[in-house]
Design a protein around this ligand. Structure first.
Ligand SMILES: Cc1ncc(COP(=O)(O)O)c(C=O)c1O
Length: 438
């Protein structure tokens, strides 16, 4: 007898081309049709449940069906769902821009909107290049980025991404940029600490900028954690040096906080932990709590002023149809309300301490290497002979009511900020069961 799940997944296989997927693998790999969701739990059509331990690709900060965000979107629907943002403006986009400028590090008072993470990266890269052109330095056309960095799948973002599985096929389409070593603490030589390794990586950045700054517009980084590299964490000293060096050599610093923003690393923004102010801050993912696609690039008065002119070609003539969508902005305002009213960062500190304690048997397990945590991100690498470890682990997790999506041999948790004590226990225990048979 076919289950309700079966009929949905047959239809999905026939009509939906799923992202980041070799579709043939779904001949054997589960594809789960989700019927509804609440808090940290997803439910399929057959009534099975899955603990969303990765916040659905790192977006659902407050879990699913969050009542404040639900209510905010419903109220906004009664007023305005969307109006184009060229030539028009509206209350949610104005309020959101003002509030983001207040919570963001430094003096980033100008917000330019896109729809997803990659579009924010494209905006920041184009804006940086165009800034230098407008101030009389048109030769600054290149970008520097970190080894193993990830900034999205569109061609500009992929050109500053260094994850072979996503990038290699498209290399002929990509502009060549400069890649500098990653400060990933796991790459430190034996006996070298995370900070010393970060400073060694910064020394190479220094030599690179000294040599090529006249042609480099910006350095783009994922502050403190390189997500798609396998939750590679690094010391804030790298960011401090990167800021000093980019300032010294007249190169913009683009902080891609698409993953790290909104409390994920234990502070509202990861840049705060290095006390740095970027020239561009890219935000997306958690900005709407996982409800609606929205991204934004915040930048400084100096950048904004370089575009402000009688000549249209000196303006930033970039657009997306859904820029500053009113429903998405209202969801983002509700997310900021939750931060303001819920003492989220402090509560997460307690939640993180509890889950870290529960994870001790994992941290010391003989198959586990490099157990690490920052804020509400936990990650560890598994020593396993299985070639298909990540797919095997994904399937094993589903059987145990968990949504885990390892990156290579790195298992990570990035749970929503509403994870309760019982669910945290379940997550730690069942992940340990999987690791034990890896
Ligand atoms: C750091 C970072 N930048 C950019 C992106 C791209 O965002 P999107 O998938 O919304 O295009 C991601 C997505 O994982 C990311 O983690």
């Amino acid at each position: 007898m076919t289950s309700a799940n079966d009929s949905w997944l047959t239809r999905s296989r026939g009509a939906v081309w799923h992202p980041c997927t070799q579709m043939k693998q779904h001949e054997t790999l589960p594809l789960i049709p989700i019927a509804r969701a609440r808090g940290p739990w997803l439910y399929d059509f057959d009534g099975r449940r899955y603990l969303d331990a990765v916040s659905s690709w790192w977006v659902n900060l407050f879990g699913h069906g969050e009542p404040t965000i639900n209510a905010a979107i419903a109220a906004q629907l009664e007023e305005l769902e969307h109006a184009m943002l060229a030539g028009f403006t509206h209350r949610p986009v104005i309020e959101l821009s003002e509030r983001l400028a207040r919570v963001a590090p430094g003096r980033l008072g100008h917000c330019f909107y896109g729809s997803d993470g990659a579009s924010a990266v494209e905006i920041a890269l184009k804006m940086s290049f165009h800034y230098w052109r407008n101030v009389g330095m048109p030769q600054k056309t290149g970008f520097a980025s970190l080894e193993h960095g990830y900034h999205g799948e569109t061609l500009g973002a992929l050109a500053v991404t260094d994850v072979p599985i996503f990038r290699d096929v498209y290399t002929p389409l990509l502009r060549h940029n400069t890649t500098v070593p990653s400060p990933d603490a796991r790459l430190a030589a034996p006996g070298v600490g995370a900070r010393a390794h970060a400073l060694d990586a910064a020394a190479v950045l220094e030599a690179t900028l000294a040599d090529r700054h006249s042609t480099i517009a910006a350095l783009i980084v994922e502050p403190l954690v390189q997500g798609a590299a396998g939750m590679a964490m690094y010391d804030p000293a790298y960011l401090e040096r990167a800021r000093e060096l980019t300032t010294r050599y007249g190169v913009h610093l683009i902080a891609d906080e698409i993953m790290t923003g909104f409390g994920r690393t234990g502070t509202m923004f990861a840049c705060e932990q290095a006390k740095i102010e970027p020239d561009f801050l890219c935000l997306s993912k958690g900005i709407t709590g996982g409800y609606l696609p929205l991204s934004v690039v915040l930048t400084t008065d100096a950048v904004y002023a370089a575009f402000y002119d009688d000549d249209p070609s000196r303006g930033f003539l970039h657009s997306h149809s859904y820029s500053g969508n009113a429903l998405a902005c209202r969801a983002a305002l509700a997310v900021l309300d939750l931060f303001r009213e819920g003492d989220v960062i402090a509560n997460n500190r307690r939640r993180a301490a509890e889950l870290t304690a529960l994870a001790q048997p994992l941290a010391t397990h003989p198959k586990v290497r490099n157990f690490r945590r920052l804020g509400m991100i936990w990650a560890f690498d598994i020593e396993s002979a299985r070639e298909d470890f990540s797919r095997w682990c994904f399937a094993q997790a589903l059987e145990r009511e968990l949504l885990l999506r390892p990156i290579g041999n790195t298992v990570y948790w990035m749970p929503p900020y509403v994870l309760g004590a019982a669910d945290a226990e379940l997550l730690a225990e069942r992940t340990l069961e999987i690791v034990a048979c890896a």
